[in-house]
Design a protein around this ligand. Sequence first.
Ligand SMILES: *Cc1c(COP(=O)(O)O)cnc(C)c1O
Length: 374
Amino acid sequence: MPDPIPLVDLQAQRRRLDGRIERAIARVLDHGRFILGPEVADFEARLAGFCGVAHAVGCASGTDALLMALMAWEVGRGDAVFVPGFTFASTAEVVALLGATPVFVDVRPDTFNLDVASLAQALDDVDRWDLRPRAVVPVDLFGQPADYAGIEKLAASAGMSVLADAAQSLGGRLDDSRVGALAAVTATSFFPAKPLGCYGDGGAVLTDDSGLADVIRSLRVHGQGADKYDNVRVGVNGRLDTIQAAVLIEKLAIFDEELAARQRVAERYAAALAGVVETPAVAPGTRSAWAQYTVLVDDRDRVAAELARAGVQTAIYYVKPLHLQPAYRALPTGPGGLPVCEELAGRVLSLPMHPYLTAEVQDRVIEVVREAVG
Ligand SMILES: *Cc1c(COP(=O)(O)O)cnc(C)c1O
């Protein structure tokens, strides 16, 4: 049997970088400034430039980036923060940790992203819960930017702030703007399997707002003021490690090339799998970062099992929507519940997707999917 085909292939990327990461890490070991060393500010400047925003603040994880953005806005008890039900736990977790209430809204069946009509209904209904609408956290699921124009308009009319959860979409675009510049504040993640991943945990907040960037720089070091033993607010330990920043500088240098390769892989899948499974829709003017290539199939668990038997690794993001998870099921949802989230959870299947997937290997995946679907 041929080699198994992994969902992502970080070793192929490491070979492509040909010792550059090892040398970058060695430089950090030599200078020894492991906490907020020079590579952190260097990476932040490069990332801000890449995204076209004034500030990038490196964080310990994508979750901390989301958390600190909400902390900077002083989100707390009595506040409603609207989040899609079909996402990773972090999006709602950070809201609940601050004592605010996540209100789950439904997603669109075509893009899997937050449904503006569902958000409008949930907003109309929020009085019932005695909550103050405070913020919305759209998620760019699987790499595709959400409908920021529609969300921003509705948020502005309700006096809410927009925090983009771009953990999966760094490198994506909407018209001429990159992810990072699509909302007032954006949080992203450098978890190893994300489009721009480091070799551990990492994340960043992106914004044009200098005051907010300063508050987040303070929050990530225990709410420091003039120095770290001057605590002007309650903060966290939320810094990006120097070693991770050094890794990210090397990976950012080839990121545009990798995004183009992901796009080619996505286009080949779309052409070969049309009519076999439901392939993902990309909204007009939008460029996905293709963190995942997620298709919809009936009889998903059987198809996934057949792919596994043929040596093709797949994943299910997400088996259970957040509003049905034990930790979150007592929380409010928009009126009518979240039927699209629930349907998607039973039909999604993510196929191998990374910049180093060759046409030959991809053709094997395609063939196995065709056979499994029958
Ligand atoms: C990965 C992810 C996060 C969290 O990022 P971490 O760096 O793992 O903390 C948040 N939201 C979404 C949608 C994610 O996919």
